[in-house]
Design a protein around this ligand. Sequence first.
Ligand code: EPZ
Length: 422
Amino acid sequence: MSQVKICGGKPLGGSITISGAKNASLPILTACLLIKGVTQLFNVPDIGDIRTMLRILKQIGVKITDGEEPGSLWIDATEINCLANLADAEKIRGSQTLLSTMLTRCGEVRLPPLGGCNIGSRQMDLHINSLKRLGADLEMEQGWIHMKTSGLKGSTIYLDYSSVGATENAILAACLAEGNTIIENAAQEPEIVDLINFLNKAGAKIFGLGSKTIRVVGVKALKPNHYHRIMPDRIEAGSFMIATVMTRGDLIINHMSVADNSSLIYKLKEIGASIDIIGQDSVHVRMKKRPNSFQIKTMPYPGFPTDLQSPMMALACISEGVSVIVENVFENRFQVARELTKMGAKIVTTEKVATVFGSSSLTPATVTSPDLRGGMALILAALSIPDTSVIEAYEKVDRGYANFEKKLVSLGVNITKQEELT
Ligand code: EPZ
């Protein structure tokens, strides 16, 4: 267990560089299992979930060495152990794409029930149905998913819901299947586009990037010896933009994807922030007054991202007036409201709607991160309070934000991290 102490109340100022995207790195790392050779990745973020994924890949027999550039890795999946136990996969939701990649590589896979943030039921039915459409058989064994195939064959897949993970598993399974696959009602998240770009560089034939209909022409093999730079993390970039607005700061954010954050940029301008776009990968965010209240509804991309819902709840707590937040993606993603209330916030929640009565300022408290993005919301709230707050279970934040406390220190924030003796 770890915690951070933050003495806030100071405007964020200066400039920051965004790290690689957690939710692009995870599927791309598992995609390396489809390549019998060496692949080089750049801009892989140094975060808890990635460290867990690298440990799982090594347990499967993948050879992984650090490259010269920070964040670069050499991944050699020439030889793997198809009988490796995937028990550690239960630690992160990002292991979900081991289902398609191990099934394709080995003809069989056993995956434990997956963990990750406790923000909803997080079913796997769409993943399983997609792989069944491509010729895989399923047996459930004490909660583990056991799938087998004598060879995947292309087909048409219709996703009842545009699930990010199920879209990724369908694409990965279709890459080396015999024949063509069409995936209808696919998710359009930028992380899926990054995965497709990675696969096409390795010789896959995938069309319809970023659209609701993805077409895959199965190929015999993917080629090794290519490299890929992971896209910037749009949720980290969004978190820094919200932090700047909450502290009435003046921040330049570099190495981000402006296009991937368009829904947030529009919303923050509506709230009263000035946001100047500098080229394709930098923004200058300034906020001089108390934020206006707002309404957001989370939706699959290009709708407002559910991963920024908790940080926006923190912003709503100090906005002028009443804000309304509708969470349409996960059924249990308002847990941080209880912790924000300890800081003086006034929030009324039902399963899908949070109504936030903004106050001019919050009060310091000791709070506990309920999940990754909820933990970020508590950090943002503490940054706005001119006194010392403590955020416990900080390891949940470290899972998804690279060196976040060091980045805050570089922006003049008084934050100290303590590893609690367990
Ligand atoms: C990915 O999760 C991300 N995680 C999540 O980020 C993100 O919030 C989510 O996509 C939505 O954008 C990774 O990429 C590792 P979904 P995923 O399948 O794939 C239901 C973060 O904070 N569903 O699109 O699990 C599901 O229960 C994390 O970085 C089914 O019903 O998201 C949920 O309600 C949190 N059956 C909804 O779909 C299924 O088979 C969205 O889930 C699959 C999903």
